[in-house]
Design a protein. Structure first.
Lengths: 100, 679
């Protein structure tokens, strides 16, 4: 049996990678992917704890998260396509019409 | 005879409608329409008042009528209604205001015919009528105060009618500000009345006073504060200084507001509150002394003035002093009687003076008049009636009214009575002297004016306020060139048109017969006027004519006729027989003369000791320290702090979404760290 701490450390590492990517990367698709990474890090902790406590509710939560993430991906990708059509760029620093 | 009391509402509302019509549409309307509106909306109330008069005179009429609307102010234990009441005192005032007011409106149509802002003038005049009628009709202190303030406003607007002229604008301000001091007293008096009687209705207050045997105390305080209010409105010492300056307004305004009606509001108010004053002998004494002192002081100043309107202005102050004195000795009906006759003859004198000024194309200085008797005969004869009337020659109006005042003063139950009577007699002599001085200087002797009117064109402009009008874009334009109508109007000395002389003639007739309603018993009359007012001033309050004093009355009357003739003689000697005498005499008594001609330096004293300190306090303490220092300073500190804090904090709001995400991550990490390491 793998100790819970291993899962949590893995999840923390994934989450930090997600944050770091979110903060550093400029390509909007990469940012999108980093958000997914953070969500999945959280999913991992849910599943790990559900397994540890023999509770099914943690796993159900993961499904909810995945559904919401799928919906978010659908909307987000649609926005990205619309953005690319309008601006011919995926660099978020260049998408600053609302600034000032 | 029946009278529909709802018509009472119409009496003030009709002039107000005239004001609204002329005030809003007047600029676009032709002059004839403006005139028609103004005259119609003042004639109609006069007709209603005439009807009301007949009703009140008819047998079986109630002693007073009243009419109230829904509550105006209603809080627990205190209520004021919009309510009017008519008793015999109100009736006299209504008659004077609507009657004389209407005649002056007619006159104005001629006098102001060549002026810019014709519509504005009549709008203001109607507004004045509205407030004056509210003042005399009101049945509570509060509504009276509304009228009181309103006439002050109308007076301000009309004094400053030629508002591009600095002196006129300043005179308007002076009148308004000096009246504020009086109003302050009136307001405090009302607060005291509310505090002690819980009501502002005349009927409630007077009933409560009558029901209890109280005297003096807070009643004296209330009365003295009311007197302060009255001294402001009725131009008595110490607040009389605004009235002579108010002559900057057009002459019909001086006649209507500053002679016949508004300035008598203070006397009306004292007479209206006689129930209060009767309970405070001290306050009454103050009223009498103020009245006598004002009468004498104003008469002495009036003797040495050169401006024809200023002589009349000081004369008005002096006559108002007589009325005050009458009220002070408890002879309210005598005071109101003089108020009525004064309204007739002083309106006449002002209008006649206006006609003289009109004839000379704006000249007001008596040193530049003379010999006008033959040139403007109607004006001369009507003014003669006015002069004889005010001088107190029988059987003209003021002979009866002034004599009644002097007689009642003589009988006053007070050690000061004889002194005040003597002051009154001496003032009567001075009155006669300065009025005949005006008469001789204006109408007799050699002409001292320029015969050809063309040279007067600039004078006309100066005196008539440089013809200002509001142009279509509402910016004020000072006419640089005289308009052709002005040039056409200026043509030598001429009698005024009929529209001006007819009111003069009517007022002259009133000045002659106006006193006959109050012929005292001693001269075979019945003193009808006094008995007419008996329901208001119940007879116990005025001095009962006892038999012994009835013999004194003819002697006193003879004495006052003699003083009047003496005044006539001196005026004749100084200004007709030997024209140089007056100048020589004034040289010989230089200190006294300059005391009079500088108006006792009262304006200067007030300026030095009140206006200048007030100005310094306003400018440097209130303006500099409080306003700039504290108010603006604290505002600057508040904005500075906000701005400084903002300039630091606003760097966080960079608009860069990744920096927000970074802050968010940092914050989350910080929260986790705190949770982990503090437990």
């Amino acid at each position: 049996m793998v100790p819970i701490a291993y899962y949590l450390i893995l999840a923390a590492i994934l989450f930090c990678i997600g944050i770091a990517a979110f903060l550093i990367k400029r390509n909007v698709i990469t940012i999108f992917m980093s958000i997914e990474l953070m969500l999945n890090a959280v999913n991992l902790t849910f599943v790990a704890f559900a397994h540890m406590w023999h509770q099914v509710s943690g796993q159900i939560f993961v499904f909810f998260v995945m559904v919401v993430a799928a919906a978010e991906a659908a909307v987000g990708l649609a926005i990205i396509i619309a953005l690319f059509r309008a601006r011919q760029t995926l660099n978020v620093d260049n998408v600053n019409l609302m600034k000032n | 005879m029946q009278f529909n009391t709802t018509l009472l509402w119409l009496i003030p509302i009709l002039p107000f409608a005239g004001f609204l019509l002329n005030g809003t549409l007047g600029r676009k309307l032709p002059r004839a329409a403006v005139t028609a509106i103004a005259l119609l909306f003042t004639l109609a109330p006069a007709v209603i008042v005439a009807q009301l008069w007949m009703f009140m005179k008819s047998a079986g009429a109630p002693l007073s009528l009243s009419i109230a609307s829904r509550p105006w102010i209603a809080v627990t234990g205190f209520q004021v209604n919009f309510a009017f009441a008519v008793d015999h005192l109100t009736l006299v005032m209504l008659g004077v205001v609507t009657g004389v007011g209407f005649l002056i409106h007619i006159y104005s149509a001629g006098y102001m015919a060549h002026e810019e802002g014709y519509w504005r003038f009549f709008a203001y005049l109607n507004l004045f009528m509205f407030f004056m009628l509210v003042l005399v009709l009101s049945s509570s202190f509060l509504l009276l105060f509304v009228g009181w303030e309103g006439v002050g406003l109308a007076s301000y607007l009309l004094i400053g009618f030629y508002f591009t002229k600095d002196s006129a604008a300043n005179a308007g301000k002076k009148a308004f500000i000096v009246n504020r001091i009086g109003d302050f007293g009136f307001l405090l008096a009302m607060f005291l009345i509310v505090a002690h009687f819980g009501s502002l209705n005349f009927a409630d207050v007077f009933t409560k006073v009558s029901a209890t045997p109280m005297t003096g105390g807070f009643l004296t305080a209330i009365c003295l504060l009311l007197v302060l209010g009255a001294t402001g409105k009725s131009a008595q010492i110490p607040l009389y200084i605004w009235l002579p300056d108010a002559m900057e307004g057009p002459t019909p305004v001086s006649a209507l507001i500053h002679a016949a009606t508004m300035v008598t509001a203070g006397i009306y108010m004292v007479a209206r509150c006689h129930t209060l004053f009767d309970r405070s002998p001290y306050a009454l004494g103050v009223v009498a002394i103020i009245g006598a002192a004002t009468a004498l002081m104003a008469a002495t100043i009036g003797m040495v003035q050169h401006d024809i309107k200023r002589v009349l202005a000081y004369s008005t102050v002096s006559q108002l002093g007589y009325m005050f004195m009458a009220c002070g000795v408890g002879a309210y009906s005598a005071g109101i009687f003089h108020l009525m006759t004064h309204a007739f003859f002083k309106a006449l004198l002002f209008l006649a003076a206006g006609s003289v000024i009109h004839a000379l194309s704006g000249e007001q200085d008596m040193r530049l008049m003379g010999g006008l008797r033959k040139r403007i005969p109607i004006t001369f004869w009507t003014m003669t009636m006015g002069v004889f009337a005010i001088a107190g020659l029988p059987p003209l109006a003021a002979f009866f009214s002034k004599d009644e005042i002097l007689y009642q003063t003589y009988l006053w139950d007070n050690p000061l009575a004889k002194l005040l009577w003597a002051v009154g007699m001496f003032t009567a002599f001075l009155t006669s002297f300065y009025m005949f001085r005006l008469w001789f200087k204006t109408f007799f002797g050699a002409p001292r004016f320029e015969e050809h009117g063309s040279s007067h064109a600039p004078d006309l402009h100066a005196a008539h306020g440089a013809a200002v009008h509001a142009s279509k874009s509402s910016t004020l334009v000072l006419e640089a060139e005289p308009k052709p109508e002005y040039a056409g109007h200026v043509h030598g000395v001429h009698e005024s048109p009929l529209v001006m002389t007819i009111p003069l003639i009517l007022l002259a007739i009133l000045s002659i017969v106006g006193g006959w309603v109050g012929v005292p018993l001693a001269f075979g009359g019945h003193n009808e006027f006094e008995h007419f007012l008996d329901p208001v001033f119940n007879p116990t309050t005025h001095i009962v004519e006892h038999v012994a004093s009835r013999n004194a009355e003819p002697i006193l009357a003879a004495a006052s006729v003699l003083t009047a003739l003496l005044g006539l003689y001196f005026a004749w000697l100084f200004y007709y027989k030997k024209p140089g005498t007056a100048a020589a005499l004034s040289e010989r008594i230089k200190p006294v003369y300059s005391l009079f001609s500088h108006k006792y330096w009262v304006d200067e004293i007030y300026g030095r000791f009140i206006v200048v300190p007030l100005f310094i306090i306003s400018r440097y303490v209130l303006g500099g320290l409080v306003d700039t220092g504290i108010v603006q300073g604290s505002a600057a500190v508040a904005t500075g702090t906000t701005r400084g804090a903002g300039s630091i904090v606003r760097r966080m709001q960079s608009g860069n979404i990744r920096s927000y995400a970074g802050w968010l991550a940092f914050g989350a990490a910080a929260v986790i760290a705190i949770v982990l390491f503090t437990h």
